[in-house]
Write a protein that binds this ligand. Structure first.
Ligand code: CMC
Length: 429
């Protein structure tokens, strides 16, 4: 088959050159402009990566127009219904679902890697009690590079795999440790006999509140199921800002724990993973249904920086399939755990109001996954400032999968964008 090409013509000079059109298994064709500078002495300009593919990847596919999200080819709704988070993590990291034996081995290994070095506890103790848990997570995850540096041979696939497993295994332990530190409660060690989500709830809530864990060690299955679902929905989302940050940092050959810490920093912002926390704050600020029109007007006002948090997405221009799943789950979780939540009722009213508004219709702004995720986390008694940390735990499975994928590629190059220089021309003192 002949390679399809596309010509770029400089209308000022008449100069023209051909560029290959690349096609993935599915999805929009891509112009390979890597030789543009060599052929035409030009660079491309695309701030915010509105039309730019930064890599090839076989992990996740999104069709924003159709509202499709596939992990390794499987639709998100099927995975959410039939799999555990660790089954999905195995799938993302390895390309296929595990058989029973492989999955058991994987989960056993996660249990083995969950323990934190005791010295990390004094590191955590160094944070002020009211530090934001995302700030603590950036520091703690970055510090793993101090604990596991000398033994790491980045050229050895097994070393890389173990680093990825460590990150996945330790993330909920570090997250729960941050929470316990913030409320002054003692650290709870991970237990190898509990599932990933049970373990997390146990490390967060055992002893002091007994919220999910009663004296017979019973952990509420509704909470476990809800957490599992949220972790699956947040596990990966192709080249989003935090994953791209992990890839960019990794392109320098940096230690993987430092690269994931960079990703956590990128996730924290309210335009990305920080949106779930921002949605709850926004709903609390709106307070009552009668104030919805006022906030919708604020969101539409060009002179007001306020945005309707949990609305809009760079890729989804029809609906976010994760939001559809999570909206349904909100009803189920609230019914079974707390009966209702006035903030969820308010969120539903706000959603309906916005969906009928011309501004939101014209700009194709729909509720995204984080419009609802905070409602479930709140029902599970997770504090609001821990919401983005929850996202971090889940997204670690995606970050490490992308890291493994890119590190296994041959001919890796450092990521180094260009710029349009707008400063002074050469001048002298
Ligand atoms: N409320 C009001 N107006 C909005 C919103 C919003 N939530 N989102 C976008 N717009 C407007 C924006 O002002 C712009 O208008 P104009 O064309 O007149 O300048 C237009 O819609 C396009 O917006 P954009 O900022 O160019 O779109 P983007 O693709 O760069 O940004 C986004 C996507 C998610 C950052 C943005 O929609 C947003 O800030 N949403 C609120 C934060 C949020 O919920 N983030 C979570 C995303 S899902 C979790 C994740 O995967 O990270």
């Amino acid at each position: 088959m002949t390679q399809e090409t596309l010509s770029i013509r400089n209308n000022s000079t008449g100069e023209e050159a051909d560029f290959d059109l690349l096609k993935g298994t599915i999805g929009t064709p891509v112009i390979d402009v890597s030789s543009l500078n060599k052929k035409m002495g030009l660079f491309t300009y695309d701030p915010g990566f509105m039309s730019t593919s930064s890599c090839k990847s076989a992990i996740t596919y999104i069709d924003g127009e159709q509202g499709i999200l596939l992990y390794r080819g499987y639709p998100i709704d099927q995975l959410a219904e039939k799999c555990s988070f660790l089954e999905v993590a195995y799938l993302l990291m390895n390309g296929d679902l595990a058989n029973t034996q492989q999955q058991q081995h994987f989960e056993h290994e996660i249990g083995q890697h969950a323990m934190l070095h005791e010295a990390m506890r004094s590191f955590i103790d160094g944070f002020h009690y009211d530090a934001h848990p995302m700030a603590m997570m950036v520091g703690i995850v970055g510090s793993l590079s101090a604990f596991y540096h000398s033994e790491l041979d980045m050229n050895d696939p097994e070393h890389r795999r173990i680093s990825a497993m460590r990150l996945l295994a330790k993330m909920p332990v570090m997250a729960a440790a941050c929470y316990r530190h913030s409320i002054g409660y003692p650290f709870v060690y991970p237990r190898a006999d509990l599932s990933y989500c049970e373990n997390f709830l146990n490390m967060m809530f055992s002893l002091p509140s007994q919220k999910y864990i009663d004296k017979d060690n019973y952990i509420d299955p509704v909470a476990v199921k809800a957490l599992n679902l949220l972790f699956i929905l947040h596990a990966d989302h192709e080249q989003n800002a935090s994953t791209s940050t992990v890839r960019l940092a990794s392109s320098t050959g940096a230690n993987p724990y430092a690269c994931i810490a960079a990703g956590i920093g990128a996730l924290w912002g309210p335009a990305h993973g920080g949106a779930n926390e921002a949605v709850l704050s926004m709903l609390e600020e709106i307070g009552t249904v009668d104030r919805i029109p006022e906030f919708i007007e604020k969101a539409k006002d060009k002179n007001d920086p306020f945005r309707l948090m949990g609305f809009g997405h760079r890729v989804y221009k029809n609906f976010d399939p994760r939001a559809t799943i999570i909206r349904k789950a909100c009803h189920e979780v609230l019914e079974s755990m707390s009966g209702s939540d006035p903030l969820f009722d308010l969120a539903l009213e706000l959603e309906q109001y916005a969906l009928k508004d011309d501004y939101f219709i014209e700009k194709k702004l729909y509720p995204n996954v984080d419009f609802y995720s905070g409602i479930i986390y709140k029902a599970l008694n997770i504090p609001v400032d821990m919401f983005t940390v929850m996202f971090t735990i889940a997204r670690t499975s995606g970050w490490v999968s992308h890291w493994l994928e890119m590190m296994a590629e041959s001919g890796q190059r450092i990521s180094r964008p260009r710029q349009i220089y707008t400063g002074n021309e050469l001048r002298h003192l």
